[in-house]
Design a protein. Sequence first.
Lengths: 294, 296
Amino acid sequence: MNKKYIPYLLMLPIMVYTLLLIVYPLLFSAVLAFKKFDPISGLSLFNMKTVGFKNFIKIFGDNAFYESLFNTVEILIIGVLVQLIFSFLIALALNKKTTIYTGTALTLILTPLVMPMVASGLTWRMLFHIEYGAINGIISSLGFNSVNFLGDPSLVKASIILVDTWQWTPLMTLILFAGLKSIPEEIMEASKVDGANSLSTLLYITIPLLRWPILVALLIRITDAWKMFDYVEALTGGGPGYSSQTLSYYVYLKGFRRFELGQAASVSWIMLIIIYIVCLILVKILKPKTGESF
Amino acid sequence: MKKNNFSNVVAQLFIGICALFFIFPLLWTISTSFKPPNEYYSSPPKFFPKNPTIYHYHESFFPQFIDLNYSKKQAFWVEEAAGKANPVTPALVNSIIVTFGTTILTLIISIPAAFALSRYSFKGGKDMAFFLLSTRMVPPVVMVIPFFFILNYVNLVDTKIGLIIMYVMLNAPVCIWILKGVFDGIPKEVESAALMDGCTFLQLFFKIIIPLSKGGIITAGLICVFFTWTEFLFSLIMTRKDAVTLPVALSSFKLDRGLLWGMMSSTIVVATLPIISIIFVLQRKIVTGIFTGSEK
């Protein structure tokens, strides 16, 4: 057998899979975005009526779309920023030489990662409960009025951010802590010898050296937060009103509750294009300058 | 020096509070799953159950073993406010089968592909690798609509096979990237020595490469288990009755009239068990990986 074909042979299963279950679905969804689904024509793409850009026009005229977009962006930006700062602080604290039980503390901090996202959404829904929830129990035992975390439109996004932060700060901490550990001691000592105080060491040495881990953590979290669905379904179902509806949830409702599959496909493509551009920009900004290897 | 001590105390305190914050919800759920309804429907809530019971585990997984007189006998019992839900045992079985099938199939597809990407430089190899990686960025709702059509064409909606086929596609890219890293770590001399000794390609693959990368393959498999076990959106849309998985069954405890606290928390506890065990297996690897990384 010719040796040249071995890698192609080994790649064959994944290539077939990719063609059938990534390339074909993507093309399908791109075509579907310009079609109108109705029950009579059935699920065949050829029988569906082509409606051109009508799907997009309809969506851009839909207030719920804008609200979902702003909700998603708000939850993403605030959530990821909070998580980045929070996990950075934890990683710095864990990295202190005098900290005892670092391993145990890290294990305890990692517990949220064991829960399926739906399970943690439902757990927090129980904790948030206005009458019997643990958090309101604590609040009322301190003498305050109980808070309607999920029923108040002005609080519901903050509640979702809290759940997201609870579950995903640990992962970010893990990445940043690993990054901190890999900074050579000598650099830190040299900066101390040169008389840098801890703040300027942090700003001019630690953070620049952590560029790559921060980029990885941000990319993972931003792509995840952009597609947030599970928490919304488990905690609020998008309500009250549209105040906690995310784009993924909007697509789900459009596609599988109202069966506007064409419109749903076009919204999903808008989501894909936006996240693609964001990722490109992020990599451009944070990529180490040429010459550094990563 | 004194200032330094102060900042250390603050750091320790901070870590302690964080650990408490991160572990509290799981502990609370475990405690709720052992409470009878009149204890979790009480205000203010107490952390420790006064009359612990495993009734909710029976109710969720083995309703046939419930002693019908039990709830009558208990004076403290109140009716579950939200109503009733079906037991989740079938969903648990489905989840186990789907997770197992997905993991095996993903590994079968990923191992050769990762090996090819790691050892051979061939036309299009790099592009293929990056294309696979970039699919992780695609929001799942983009794929879920066409997948729904595809599964409909081939009549696999609401079947475990349909779910497995989809999940393999979602997991394979990540697995291939992990395994590529693992294979990159095996020195090439091992192979050339084996080939020199007259080893055939298949022998090389099964007798040398696979045993050498066992740890990495297990890690990739466990990550696949994790993603499959917790996946919700695809399962929600592609299943109706027969192939419902655990996360979807969990969300069915969220009834119009409220939550089924007891059944829900007992199912959450069971749903987290496999991942807890995975973390236990991986934890030493993760933590020591971080610590040894520093001593390079």
